[in-house]
Design a protein around this ligand. Structure first.
Ligand SMILES: Cc1cc2nc3c(=O)[nH]c(=O)nc-3n(C[C@H](O)[C@H](O)[C@H](O)COP(=O)(O)OP(=O)(O)OC[C@H]3O[C@@H](n4cnc5c(N)ncnc54)[C@H](O)[C@@H]3O)c2cc1C
Length: 304
C-alpha cells in the first residue's frame, strides 16, 4: 500500500470503523525493546464487531495486517512497514470475569492483571505466569511459560495452554470461531493458533484457593524472576529457545561462551541473564540481528 493509497484508505476506513486509526505510527513505543519503525496504519478496534469489520475491510483491499499484543516478544525493523498493525487494547478486549471455576479473559488483558484478578477472587493455577509481561493474546500464541522453581530437581515446566479451556478468535475471513484446547496444537513457545486467527478472548480452568496461599505462590515466582531476569534496560525477554533434553539452558550456554556484556552498537548481551539482549540506548534492529548471529557463531556447543 503506497502513501497516496493509504490516505484514501484511511478515509474509507473511517466510514465504518469505530476504533482509533493512527497513520504512520512508530512501533518502537509498542515494543519492550523499544525498536521498530513506522507502519502505514496502526489500528485499535473498539470491540469484536469492529475487529470483524476491520478484517473484512483489509482483506477486501488486499492489505496485510499483523496483530501486536504488548510487544514483549517482538523485534521489528526500523524500515517502513507496509500494511496495518492491529492492537486489541480497548475496554472490550480487557474484559475479565469469573464463570464458576473458569475465568474468561479478553486478549488485551496483561498477564499481571489476569494474575491479580485470580488472586483477588481466590483462584489458583496461573501463578507461574507471574512476571511475564505479555497479554493473554500474545501469551496464547507463544504458549508462554516457565520452568518450575525446582526445575533442576523435578524437570517440571508450566505453560499457559496447561490452564486453557477454549479460545475465541476472529478468523482470516472475519468469522468468529471458538476452538477447544484439544483443537489447537501447542508446543514449546508456540502454537498453531496464529493460523486460526486473531485471539479475542479465552476461558481458563482455575481452582478455588485461599487468597493468601495464592499470594504466597505469586510472590515466590516473582522473587525468582527478580533474581535471574534483567529488567534494568529495554529487552524482549529470552532470545533463544532452550535446547530440549539438554542439561544446560540457552542462557547458561551463552554464559559459558563468555558472551555476557558483548555488544554490537547499543545492542548488548545482558550481564544479568545471558539469553537477554538489552537495548543499552539507541540499539537498532540490524545491531540486534548482528549480535544474535555473533552469539550463534561463537557457540562452542552442539546446540544452535
Ligand atoms: C522481561 C521479559 C521477560 C519474559 N519472560 C518470559 C517468560 O518467562 N516466559 C515466556 O514464555 N515468555 C517470556 N517473555 C516473552 C513474552 O513476554 C511472551 O512471549 C508473551 O507471551 C508475549 O506476549 P505479548 O502480548 O507481548 O505478545 P507480542 O510480543 O506483542 O506478540 C507475540 C506474538 O503474538 C501475536 N499476537 C499477539 N496478540 C495476538 C492476538 N490477540 N491474536 C493473534 N496474535 C497475537 C503477535 O502477532 C506475535 O506473533 C518475556 C519477555 C520480557 C520482555
Amino acid at each position: 500500500m503506497n502513501i497516496a493509497a493509504g490516505k484514501n484508505i484511511k478515509q474509507k476506513l473511517e466510514e465504518g470503523f469505530k476504533g482509533k486509526i493512527k497513520p504512520q505510527e512508530v512501533l518502537a513505543k509498542y515494543t519492550s525493546i523499544k525498536i521498530g519503525g513506522p507502519v502505514d496504519l496502526f489500528l485499535l478496534p473498539e470491540n469484536c464487531d469492529d475487529l470483524i469489520f476491520l478484517i473484512k475491510f483489509l482483506n477486501s483491499r488486499g492489505i496485510r495486517f499483523r496483530v501486536i499484543g504488548n510487544g514483549t516478544n517482538l523485534l521489528i525493523s526500523e524500515q517502513k512497514l507496509h500494511g496495518a498493525v492491529v492492537q486489541l487494547c480497548s475496554e472490550y478486549f480487557k474484559t475479565i470475569k469469573e464463570e464458576g471455576n473458569v475465568v474468561l479473559a479478553g486478549a488485551g488483558i496483561l498477564l499481571p492483571a489476569f494474575i491479580e484478578f485470580a488472586r483477588v477472587k481466590g483462584f489458583s493455577g496461573c501463578e507461574f505466569l507471574s512476571g511475564i509481561p505479555g497479554t493473554i493474546g500474545g501469551a496464547l500464541i507463544m504458549n508462554a511459560g516457565v520452568k518450575d522453581l525446582d526445575y533442576k530437581s523435578n524437570g517440571k515446566t508450566y505453560c499457559i495452554s496447561d490452564i486453557l479451556k477454549k479460545v475465541e478468535v476472529v478468523d482470516k475471513e472475519g468469522n468468529k470461531r471458538v476452538f477447544s484446547k484439544a483443537e489447537i496444537s501447542f508446543f514449546y513457545r508456540g502454537s498453531d493458533l496464529k493460523d486460526k486467527g486473531t485471539v479475542v478472548r479465552a476461558w481458563f480452568n482455575l481452582q478455588k484457593e485461599n487468597t493468601d496461599k495464592v499470594s504466597v505462590n505469586i510472590k515466590r515466582y516473582w522473587q525468582h524472576r527478580r533474581l535471574f531476569q534483567d529488567i534494568s534496560l529495554p529487552n524482549a525477554g529470552c532470545v533463544f529457545k532452550n535446547p530440549q533434553n539438554y542439561s544446560l539452558s540457552a542462557g547458561e550456554l551463552i554464559d559459558r561462551c563468555r558472551l555476557k556484556g558483548t555488544s554490537v552498537g547499543d545492542a548488548k548481551v545482558s550481564t544479568v541473564h545471558a539469553n537477554f539482549i538489552v537495548n543499552a540506548d539507541k540499539a537498532r534492529f540490524d545491531q540486534v540481528k548482528e549480535l544474535i548471529s555473533l552469539i550463534q557463531r561463537n557457540n562452542r556447543y552442539e546446540y544452535k
